[in-house]
Design a protein around this ligand. Structure first.
Ligand code: 8DG
Ligand code: MG
Ligand code: MG
Length: 150
């Protein structure tokens, strides 16, 4: 109803990327007026109209870190209700995995310093704290984004 009041909030789709380099994953400390301020999170963002999960993953990683991804694949999806945050929100978050496109020695750039303190590689067995809560939940449940040895 167009009555001048704010629209009812709706769930949105987030895409987050486990960018892997060996046994390490790229994380950055969030700067956010909304969910997860000051916690370590994956690169990622909002799925745009018409985008595939793979396209969104590649775009967000490029926008946020300057890195180019390859072998992007879907891992899992979780439902995340951020009720207690300063700006309550609800995300269905698609988790993808990818590796660096070419030169493995390329360094991530902090291209959105208003949203992130900086990117670094962390060994999956030695993750920083505090993790962004959706990620923390996955770690606690035993989720592992590394490819299984075959
Ligand atoms: P955009 O304007 O670039 O599209 O958005 P953004 O500013 O980059 O969005 P974001 O907050 O980084 O990501 C969108 C949502 O995805 C986030 O608010 C909640 C959800 N999300 C998770 N886990 C993670 C995660 O580990 N990293 C990121 N970046 N988002 C995540 O549930
Ligand atoms: Mg973004
Ligand atoms: Mg983001």
């Amino acid at each position: 109803m167009e009555n001048g009041s704010a629209a009812a909030p709706v769930p949105r789709v987030g895409v987050a990327v486990f960018l892997l380099k060996g046994k390490s994953v790229l994380l950055g400390r969030r700067r956010s007026p909304g969910a997860g301020n000051s916690t370590f999170a994956l690169p990622g963002g909002h799925l745009e109209f018409g985008e595939s999960f793979e396209e969104c993953a590649a775009r967000e990683v490029e926008e946020e870190t300057g890195l180019e991804v390859d072998r992007t694949e879907f891992l899992t999806v979780t439902n995340n209700v951020f009720k207690e945050e300063p700006m309550p929100s609800h995300y269905v978050t698609i988790f993808m995995r990818a590796i660096l496109a070419d030169d493995d020695e390329r360094v991530p750039q902090n291209l959105e310093p208003n949203k992130c303190d900086g990117w670094d590689w962390y060994n999956w067995d030695n993750l920083p704290t505090p993790l962004f809560w959706p990620l923390e939940k996955m770690v606690i449940s035993g989720f592992n984004p590394l490819p299984s040895l075959s």
